[in-house]
Ligand binder design. Structure first.
Ligand code: 6YU
Length: 517
């Protein structure tokens, strides 16, 4: 079954966008709505989305009456350079405080500092002084890891190994007794678990040291969407022509470098896209925005001819891990009013020792912190636990009751309150099991570098000397060299590929490769 053209069929080059997350919607909006739109040059455009909704990893849900985020949570660096911030502001989705000049100028260095309490596995509260001093040490060491970007060589391959060696050195100088030293190490171990969530990885030992400083932080105090992040992607979709997005279209094969004749018009197209339901679409250009996790799993069958070796290797080498959220709603808070972060430290753990490997018995020990959803007038008493890596993937295999029981027991243990009432409600994400995502977001793994990100972003055909115009273009968070893993990275990557096509048809590149329409 062959589908004919898109919403403005026949008007110009035919573009297909695979995936309607932030990157896909961003690319489509750029092509359809920018000032060249009056000429309707890119009006023949469709988005093919595997699921029944837009947004991808931007997914808001309801916990009772409260709107919570299963995927993207904050705008990281909400300031003018951040296009997600600008768009959210344009749509009126942010609170006044988030829009303030003052908010936009705050430098947080990638780590939100929130009023917090830290419980230990011995059922006691860890002293705020000890927490502060370990927090300062951890941030100092982490900052050091960002300094190897252009270094001729790195002392160790990974961020985790660097941090652990630095911690071991510092620990030798600690004057306190063994118990306090052990507690300090346990606190630093908790910091590493939280870092795994930030980087979306099982262990910081998997995250490459050299390129770590390439990820760029924008100014601005991270903010949330009071009515849900999905307001952003819903707004983006609403600005597209009706029917631009085709839902439940799982792209199974992208055949490029070919010559396909369209039955109705007799037009020739270089690319044929086939969906799992056997429907086929012809196009001049396809912008692929599927997550790196999906590419890792399906690249061999998705592209015909197969991807060039450099790109295929980049897909294998780059990291794509799991960071999940577990929301727990309580009748009454066990934390103090004003507290926005509940941290948990396991006293027998240390970054200098092997970590527990018994997943069924200890998976929940990987949760380093619970964010308290704020303000309570909006959310009531809800904690959002973050868990990354193999433990997060194991958690996905458990039933709701098993998760709820384990977390109730854990919170009773660390608060020292065996009577603590269980949460009245729970909701959790399962990003690793999501067939069209297969994890949460990308990181630069040991053995890969920013050049792999650029290789992934390179359109096909790949050769610079090739006279053919780009047929298959790549966008999505994992293709942005400095803002990977974020919504703004995704949006900018979509714009980048749209601009590539706009330039092509605006003549600058068309001298050598004017496509026949
Ligand atoms: C951010 C944040 N955040 C938490 C969690 C997650 C993510 N992110 P999409 O997947 O959205 O779209 C692709 C579409 O393609 C999708 O709809 C599919 O259904 C479809 N598709 C797939 N296969 C298909 C096929 N075959 N056919 C057709 N369609 C197909 N980002 O800015 N702030 O707070 C968080 C967080 C749990 C899971 C996040 C956050 C990541 C973003 O959600 C993500 O990057 C974008 O939404 C991706 O958009 P897209 O369009 O590319 O893909 C130093 C240093 C370290 C670096 N890390 C720094 C930390 C920053 C990350 N922080 C994250 C934290 C949270 C909590």
């Amino acid at each position: 079954m062959q589908a004919s053209g898109g919403v403005g069929a026949g008007a110009g080059p035919r573009v297909l966008v695979v995936g309607a997350g932030v990157a896909g919607l961003g690319a489509a909006r750029r092509l359809l709505l920018l000032p060249h739109a009056p000429r309707r040059r890119f009006a023949d455009l469709r988005l093919l989305e595997a699921s029944g909704r837009v947004g991808g990893r931007v997914r808001s849900a309801r916990l009772g009456k409260k709107v919570i985020e299963m995927g993207a949570h904050w705008i990281h660096g909400p300031s003018q350079e951040n296009p997600v911030f600008r768009l959210a502001g344009e749509y009126g989705l942010l609170e006044e405080s988030a829009m303030s000049e003052e908010n936009q100028q705050v430098e947080i260095g990638g780590h939100l500092v929130l009023p917090s309490v830290c419980y230990s596995s011995q059922g006691r509260v860890v002293s705020p002084d000890l927490m502060d001093s370990m927090g300062v040490l951890y941030v100092t060491l982490l900052e050091e890891t960002r300094g190897f970007l252009r270094a001729p060589e790195v002392p160790v391959p990974s961020v985790g190994e660097y941090l652990k060696e630095a911690i071991a050195q510092r620990a030798k100088e600690w004057p306190e007794n063994e118990e306090t030293k052990g507690l300090k190490l346990a606190v630093l171990n908790m910091c590493l678990k939280v870092e795994c969530c930030v980087s979306g990885t099982h262990s910081m030992d998997l995250v490459a040291l050299g390129p770590f400083g390439e990820y760029t932080m924008l100014p601005g105090l991270d903010c949330t969407f009071p009515n849900g992040y999905e307001g952003l992607t819903d707004g983006m979709k609403a600005s597209l022509p009706k029917d631009a997005v085709l839902f439940n279209k799982v792209v199974a094969a992208i055949r490029w470098g070919g010559s396909y004749t369209e039955g109705v018009t007799g037009r020739l197209f270089p690319v044929q896209v086939e969906c799992e339901d056997r429907e086929t679409f012809l196009a001049d250009h396809v912008i692929v925005t599927v997550p790196l996790g999906f590419l890792k799993e399906r690249q061999e069958t998705l592209f015909c001819p197969p991807l060039p070796p450099r790109k295929a290797a980049a897909i294998q080498r780059l990291g794509f891990g799991t960071n999940n959220k577990i929301f727990l709603e309580f009748e009454q808070p066990f934390w103090e009013p004003g507290c926005q972060l509940v941290e948990v430290v396991w006293e027998e753990e240390s970054p200098l020792a092997e970590r527990p490997t018994n997943l069924p018995a200890a998976w929940f020990q990987k949760i380093g912190a619970f964010v308290v959803l704020h303000p309570p007038e909006r959310y009531g008493h809800v904690l959002c636990g973050f868990i990354a890596g193999e433990e997060a993937e194991f958690m996905e295999t458990l039933t709701d009751t098993e998760v709820l029981t384990a977390l109730t027991q854990m919170l009773r243990q660390v608060t020292g309150n065996p009577e603590l009432a269980p949460p009245k409600n729970m909701l959790r994400s399962k990003w690793h099991s999501e067939p069209y995502t297969r994890g949460s977001y990308s990181y630069v793994a040991v053995g890969s570098s920013g050049e792999d990100i650029d290789a992934l972003a390179q359109p096909l055909p790949e050769e610079a000397s090739d006279p053919m115009p780009p047929q298959v273009l790549f966008a999505g968070e994992a293709t942005h060299r400095t803002f990977y893993s974020t919504t703004h990275g995704a949006l900018l990557s979509g714009w980048r590929e749209a601009d590539r096509l706009i330039r092509l048809y605006d003549g600058s590149e068309s001298q050598r490769c004017a496509p026949k329409l």
